[in-house]
Design a protein around this ligand. Structure first.
Ligand SMILES: Cc1cc2nc3c(=O)[nH]c(=O)nc-3n(C[C@H](O)[C@H](O)[C@H](O)COP(=O)(O)OP(=O)(O)OC[C@H]3O[C@@H](n4cnc5c(N)ncnc54)[C@H](O)[C@@H]3O)c2cc1C
Length: 1236
């Protein structure tokens, strides 16, 4: 059929037809509307135009398009339904967007329905994405009405329009996705339009046909006219009829004109009939169209009204929603206020409770104190009465007195128990407080969940109500746990846990035993720190038995001496009383609180130390502290601060090296802290070698000034304590250059920072040198000078000076005059060594009692009938590590006292021009500084290790103690270099003695100091042998002194011989020199110990030697310690004692036995008492494991809860650094990524 109408000819419009008509309405502009009549089973081809025969026409299936195949598809009707099939097209046929079959295959038949979307081919683009060839896209209409025939009414044809048939079963169909207008009305409109368009097309075709016919007739007429003329002229000619057939010449002549006219009339009639039909159809169409338009208008109007109603309804809904939103906002506001009120109420309740508890506890403490005081008074009175009675009445025997004392003791015990009960009550109150805190936490959690609920309830409205979101966010913030804010995260104050350590008579109450301790009485500021928001909550479990506190109590019960008496022997009553007084002041000041000490970073610690120094100065001014009080308070707070060097070095240097004028100008304001100074000697390139420093101070006579300058990088001042940030002045050691001559290092007091705003002065550059092994609370600094001018008065000129103008240098009268300050500082460092070592060994000893490991099966310990693990202090190795350190601490106590006495004596002598003591004091202080600080640093580390793993925890107090103590071995003379000064002096003394002895100008009455004494004894008998044959012989102090003296003298003699006779270089002798110094200083320590406990050391003027008044128990334990110090020192390093010939191998073996026996039998029972006698408050030790009460584990755990990392349960950084490994599917970034 080739796309032409199957059932009609060119003018088939006249044939009435019931075949379906498939109308393809173009969706794009690729073709003109097509109406394809589909008689039953006649297939109409769809394809591309390939020539004239396949030129596209409204009634055929050809398209002028490159995207179609030649034979693309076919359509046909069957049983009144219309079908399509793709005929192996390349670009496919798409029905409602779905391709009918794959490329180059023939598809199944698919039924076409009204409003289906049909596409032939696909859009073809060029490489830039521009459209090259557009697909053929159309909409389907199917009409089944007959063509209107003349006479048939539109109603008739309309009646034949059927609704689209449902999909035939068994035949493919693809439903249109387009929204079809439901109802027959709209379908009919579409069909009518289709029909009318089809009619119009056919009319146009008819019109074109008529034009063609008219033209043909015109042509024919012309031909006939021409032929007629010719025939008229030639008779009997045959003519062709109009059909081209030959006409017989015998037929009558035809009147062509008439015929033509008649034909024309017929044609005109036909045309006018057709035109009339056309006009009728047009009128009908217009009428129909008008009707349809009207109905459409009505429909439109209805729709518009409906739309208006819907808008109105929507507006009403929106305003209702606004109303609801406002109400919900109001509700949120209300809830927030309610939450706030509840929170406030709870906080107030807690505060009330706290203050009530505080009051209760304070009352209890006051009551306990009062009771205790009352009892003490009573005891005193009764004792006095008893003594008076005993004195007055010889008849009453001491038994009565003792009985009375016994009863007093019982009373004391009762009182103690009452006090313990009070403590337990206080604990219960605190427990209650803790529960309330827990409740508060729970309420907070509940409030948070209520808020969360509200948030989710209103979640849907958040997009409509921007304020809603903000409001929710706000209230979320207000409910955030307080743990997140610094102010709320505070722990207990270890600083207020002042468990006093004066033996049984002193109160043992310790505030820090509570998990949530309450601040001490009258200290409202510290009370604010009670609330601890830690995610880490340990259960309130007791340690397993026996309890540490019981173990320490048992130890104290074993003590064979009076602890208080020993404390008094060590410090004197005045110092102990001072300590009590200072503690009561210190514990009230938050700046001295140590509870955060182990958790802070360097910057925070520095800030804390600065504040602490400030408060200490304030406290000192307020209470008019003496120098000793200030030093003592500083030692209790125990935190090196930025103002430490001001007191430690700046003031003493000004005092000892300044002229009267300089004391007025610098020292006085410095004492008032108007000037804050530091001591700047060490340089980047030089420390020990002070003579090598490179900073210059050149005198400028024209202006009478010094120009201080840093010529090299190595001349940069370095390590200077307090210089980094705090100081505004410095004593600068610089090479004094005047009149072109370098006179070596001299001290200059110079301003370095503005007194107005603390900025660096022009010509000075300074800053902090950064973090260190320890001592990080001090701002050790560095400094450069750039031709910095200072007035002449800056040179501290007590000993050396220059003449103004000429710049002439004036030498000091004695080069050693400035040694005084050095001796003072070194002697005080011996005191610091005893303090450092004693603190560490106190912690380690108490902990070793509480700490139990393994059962010693040879001597199992029992608790009731149960065998318990052995306290580690009972292991002999632990004793060998710790007890000699206790003994060394006592040795340092006595020697530091003696050193201070000698310093003052020497200063007094020097003031009168007597320098005879200076060299010996200087040499001894150097050697002793070296030895004691070396021993203390090593001893602190040994104590730390003796505490095992817990010694490694900062909470033990030992790591920080070690770090802050460590520089003592370096500053104020490096410990190895210092020994050379001692050695040099000893060699000189020895040479002089030998010379005197050799010259016969000597006898033993000339011995006026101990060095000479032991040297002289040695020279008298260099082959002296130790007489000991049993271990007990080594308890003889004379034997001990002989051993130490002989060995020191031997080493000195050997070294002098090596230097003088063997001509060994100094450098090659440094190890021997070090050993000489150590031997000499050990002799001093042993001797001072022995003399000290015998009461044979000289006392400062007006002082009574307490040693002589000691009770037997104290004397014995001190003698034990003295023995242990001497015997252990030999036993630990016996080499030199053997080398000098005083001891032999057997002696060493005897000595070992003596040491072990002494420790086990004599020191062990007294170990805790001996460290208690150091009288260190818990506040000073700041140790979880070394406190007086032995509650090691409880404190330790409590400190751990304060670890800032424990404020949150899930670590910060979990999302970024842990979760990606452990829970990768839930990582936020992952979800976001996948969403993206
Ligand atoms: C925490 C801290 C605070 C300080 N505060 C101050 C301060 O406020 N003001 C101040 O001026 N200084 C201060 N100093 C510096 C301190 O005084 C010096 O570090 C100290 O004098 C040692 O000098 P040095 O560091 O240059 O060591 P060096 O002298 O360089 O010694 C290095 C090593 O060489 C050895 N050695 C050097 N010479 C000899 C020799 N002749 N024979 C044998 N061995 C030798 C030493 O024993 C040492 O082991 C401080 C130091 C520290 C650690």
């Amino acid at each position: 059929m080739n796309g032409t109408m199957g059932s009609s000819g060119i003018n088939g419009r006249h044939q009435p037809s019931n075949s379906p008509i498939l109308v393809l309405e173009p969706v794009n502009d690729t073709f003109a509307l097509k109406s394809l009549e589909l008689p039953e089973h006649a297939k109409v081809k769809i394809g591309r135009q390939t020539g004239v025969a396949t030129a596209p026409h409204p009634s055929n299936g050809y398209f002028d398009s490159k995207v179609l195949s030649r034979v693309h598809a076919e359509v046909w009707s069957e049983g009144g339904k219309v079908y399509i099939r793709d005929l192996k097209s390349s670009n496919g046929t798409f029905l409602n967007g779905r391709r009918l079959c794959p490329e180059n295959t023939e598809s199944e038949p698919f039924e076409l329905n009204q409003n289906d979307s049909l596409e032939f081919g696909i859009d073809i683009m060029d490489e830039n994405g521009a459209l090259l060839h557009e697909k053929v896209s159309c909409k389907i209409y199917i009409s089944r009405m007959s063509y209107p025939t003349p006479g048939s009414s539109p109603q008739d044809s309309h009646a034949k329009i059927k609704p689209p048939s449902p999909v035939a079963s068994g035949v493919n169909s693809i439903k249109s996705n387009s929204v079809s207008i439901q109802g027959s009305q709209s379908e009919n409109i579409d069909l009518i339009i289709t029909r009318l368009q089809s009619e119009l097309t056919r009319s146009q075709e008819t019109y074109a046909d008529l034009g063609f016919l008219k033209h043909s007739l015109g042509e024919l007429e012309k031909v006939m006219i021409v032929k007629g003329g010719e025939i008229g002229n030639k008779n009997n000619n045959n003519l062709a009829n109009t059909n081209g057939q030959a006409t017989s010449l015998t037929d009558p002549p035809i009147n062509y004109m008439e015929l033509q006219n008649q034909r024309e009339k017929e044609h005109a009639a036909e045309i006018s009939r057709l035109l009339k039909n056309f006009e009728d159809a047009k009128v009908q169409w217009e009428i129909q169209r008008t009707r349809e338009l009207r109905s459409l208008q009505e429909e439109n109007e209805t729709l518009r009204r409906n739309q208006e109603k819907a808008n109105e309804a929507l507006n009403q809904a929106a305003s209702k929603m606004d109303f609801t939103t406002t109400r919900i906002n109001a509700m949120i506001q209300e809830h927030k206020q309610e939450l706030e009120t509840v929170r406030r109420e709870h906080e107030a309740a807690i505060a009330n409770l706290e203050s009530k508890h505080k009051d209760d506890i304070n009352r209890l403490v006051i009551e306990a104190d009062a009771e205790q005081e009352g009892l003490a008074d009573k005891h005193k009175r009764e004792l006095a009465e008893a003594v008076a009675l005993a004195r007055s009445s010889k008849s009453e025997d001491s038994l009565t007195l003792e009985a009375e004392l016994e009863s007093l003791k019982e009373e004391t015990q009762i009182l103690r128990e009452a006090r313990d009960a009070q403590i337990r009550r206080a604990e219960a109150l605190v427990e209650e407080n803790r529960e309330l805190l827990q409740q508060l936490d729970d309420i907070k959690t509940e409030l948070r969940s209520v808020q969360q609920m509200m948030k989710s309830n209103t979640g849907d409205l958040t997009s409509l109500t921007p304020t809603l979101h903000a409001a929710t966010g706000e209230s979320e913030g207000s409910l955030r746990p307080r743990g997140g804010s610094k102010s709320a995260v505070s722990g207990t104050s270890a600083g207020i846990e002042h468990g006093l350590s004066e033996g049984d008579s002193r109160p043992t109450f310790s505030w820090s035993q509570f998990v949530f301790p309450i601040a001490r009485k009258n200290d409202a500021r510290l009370a604010q720190k009670v609330l601890l928001m830690s995610a880490l909550r340990f259960p309130n479990l007791p340690p397993s038995e026996p309890q540490g506190s019981d173990l320490l109590k048992q130890e104290r019960a074993k003590t064979t001496f009076r602890v208080q008496e020993l404390s008094t022997f060590l410090y004197g009553e005045e110092v102990l009383e001072r300590q009590e007084r200072l503690m009561s002041l210190i514990e009230k000041i938050p700046a001295f609180d140590k509870s955060d000490r182990y958790f802070l970073g360097r910057t925070e610690r520095f800030a804390h130390a600065l504040r602490k120094d400030h408060e200490l100065v304030k406290l000192g001014k307020k209470h008019g502290f003496t120098n000793d009080e200030y030093t003592h308070a500083n030692a209790l707070i125990d935190e090196p601060g930025p103002l430490g060097l001001h007191r430690g070095m700046f003031l003493p240097t000004l005092a000892s090296q300044g002229t009267e004028e300089q004391i007025e100008k610098f020292l006085k304001p410095a004492e008032r802290y108007e000037i804050i100074g530091c001591y700047a000697q060490t340089e980047l390139g030089h420390g020990s070698n002070v003579q090598g420093i490179e900073t210059t101070a050149t005198y400028i006579p024209e202006t009478d000034e010094f120009e201080i300058h840093t010529p090299y990088l190595t001349a940069t001042k370095w390590w200077i304590g307090g210089l980094g940030k705090a100081a505004n002045h410095a004593v600068v050691m610089a090479r004094l250059i005047t009149a072109g001559k370098d006179h070596g290092p001299h001290p200059f007091c110079v301003p370095i920072r503005s007194m107005e705003d603390h900025t660096l002065l022009p010509g000075v550059m300074a800053g902090d040198i950064g973090p260190k092994f320890g001592y990080n609370t001090t701002d050790n600094g560095c400094m450069w000078f750039d031709h910095y001018r200072v007035p002449r008065i800056s040179l501290l000129a007590k000993f050396s000076s220059i003449k103004p103008g000429s710049g002439e240098y004036i030498k000091p009268p004695n080069a050693k005059l400035s040694y005084g300050t050095m001796v003072l500082i070194r002697a005080s460092l011996v005191g610091a060594a005893r303090q450092g070592l004693a603190k560490a060994v106190t912690i380690a000893t108490r902990y070793s009692v509480v700490r139990r490991q393994f059962v010693d099966h040879d001597a199992p310990k029992k608790l009731g009938s149960h065998i318990v693990e052995t306290s580690v202090i009972d292991y002999s190795m632990q004793q060998y590590r710790l007890f000699p350190l206790i003994a060394a601490s006592y040795a340092f106590f006595l020697t530091s006292k003696e050193m201070m006495r000698l310093y003052y004596l020497n200063m007094k002598n020097m003031a009168t021009g007597d320098f005879s003591l200076l060299a010996d004091v200087h040499a001894s202080s150097s050697g002793l500084k070296s030895l004691t600080t070396t021993m203390a640093a090593a001893g602190i580390e040994e104590c730390r290790r003796a505490c095992g793993g817990h010694g490694f925890s900062s909470f033990s107090g030992l790591p920080l103690m070690l770090q802050d103590y460590a520089p003592n071995v370096t500053w104020e003379g490096d410990n190895y270099i210092l020994t050379q000064q001692t050695g040099r002096h000893l060699f000189k003394t020895y040479r002089e003695l030998v010379a005197k002895r050799n010259s016969g100008r000597w006898n033993s009455s000339h011995v006026n100091n101990r060095t000479l004494a032991y040297l002289n004894t040695y020279l008298d008998n260099p082959t002296l042998k130790c007489p000991a044959t049993t271990p007990s012989h080594f308890h003889n102090p004379e034997l001990q002194l002989a051993a130490f003296g002989h060995r020191a003298a031997f080493l000195i003699a050997q070294a002098v011989h090596a230097i003088d006779v063997e001509k060994r270089t100094w450098n090659s002798m440094l190890v021997d020199i070090y050993n000489v110094s150590v031997a000499h200083c050990q002799f001093i320590l042993v001797q001072n110990f022995i003399l000290g406990i015998r009461g044979e050391l000289p006392q400062p003027d007006g002082h009574i030697d307490i040693a002589r008044t000691l009770s037997q128990g104290s004397k014995e334990v001190l003698a034990d310690l003295s023995d242990l110090f001497a015997m252990h020192t030999i036993h630990k390093e016996p080499g030199e004692f053997l080398a000098c010939g005083y001891l032999d191998a057997k002696h060493v073996s005897l000595l070992g036995k003596a040491v072990m026996e002494l420790m086990e039998t004599r020191i062990r029972p007294n170990a805790v008492g001996l460290v208690d006698a150091f009288a260190f408050p818990d506040y000073l030790l700041n140790s979880a494991i070394g406190a007086y009460d032995g509650r090691v584990y409880e404190r330790y755990v409590e400190m751990a809860t304060r670890e800032p990392l424990n404020r949150t349960e899930v670590v910060e950084g979990y999302e970024e650094y842990i979760k990606p490994f452990t829970n990768p599917n839930n990582v936020k970034g992952h979800l976001m990524k996948s969403r993206l």
